[in-house]
Ligand binder design. Sequence first.
Ligand code: G3H
Ligand code: 13P
Ligand code: ZN
Length: 359
Amino acid sequence: MARITLRQLLDHAAEHDYGVPAFNINNMEQVIAILEAARKADAPVIMQASRGARSYAGDTMLVRMVDAAEALYPEIPICLHQDHGNDETTCFSAIQQGFTSVMMDGSLEADAKTPASYEYNVDITRNVTAMAHRVGVSVEGELGCLGSLETGEGDAEDGHGFEGALDREMLLTDPVQASEFVAETKVDALAVAIGTSHGAYKFTRPPTGDILAMDVIEAIHERLPGTHIVMHGSSSVPQELQDIFNRYGGEMPQTYGVPVDQIERGIKSGVRKVNIDTDCRLAMTGVMRKVAQENKSEFDPRKFLKPALDAMKDLCLDRFDRFGTAGNASKIKVIPLAEMASRYSSGALDPRIARDEAA
Ligand code: G3H
Ligand code: 13P
Ligand code: ZN
């Protein structure tokens, strides 16, 4: 099966009221875990690579792993997405490598640290969208800065994100500005700031509405019912995974993620793409710690990596089921990039917002 674009996949998800987890990939085991779960669930897949993943594995290795996945799991539509592109070069080089979707994260400047002005964000995102759509590739934009409503701090992880205090209004996407942004940039999907942040340490207590602003998603969806909303920082950091990690020598202070039932609530209000990396990392490394502690003489990496792969597969399977992604792969017939390109140029895929409504 050909690689699917994010736009086609999320249009299908919107039409059939489900969400799609977007799992980050860095290595072969993660690719296999996702595809094995997808095959079992009959779920379409979004695999996303950060800039860090592209430099860790290298573009050739990363893309060839996805080529291999396509050959081995021909029944599964696979979208390959650039996570948090910081500038045009990152996005266009991804397209050159065969990614069918890119995120132009213009909420931050090209250093991926400094919060950007609205005008900068619109300009750079509009440029990327104009070019990507010419070849049928989808674009995700971001409005608002990810960060904690509990601490008022931006979200800095692995060298990505703003470090320091941010005004509450920067930490929450404004629904009126969101309409304007989508109309001006023509993005296919919009990442929003609602108090989620990357990594394991999202909340110090089970989140309530004051620190996980699901009502903002509902307000955005009301103004922009045709726009696919993306939730970043959406790992749930399940207690059982923290417990395994800590039981076998890890030192992760008690923390709370985004409850799966809140994501399910989001899916009822236009959330179509749900970014998950931390949970996959934790599922894998918890099991690797267990193997290391229980078999101190073990030195074959496969004895660590196979159970780690299985643990990630279980996690993926659970999210495919909970988000309603399961059962949909076989219902999708992939539209080639050239056909997507001609649909964009005809205006058929333009955002459905009246310009005067956006103001
Ligand atoms: O954007 C956040 C993801 O968790 C990717 O993390 O940049 O360490 O690969 P990474
Ligand atoms: P988590 O760190 O919550 O898994 O978020 C991942 C993400 O948003 C990648 O863009
Ligand atoms: Zn993210």
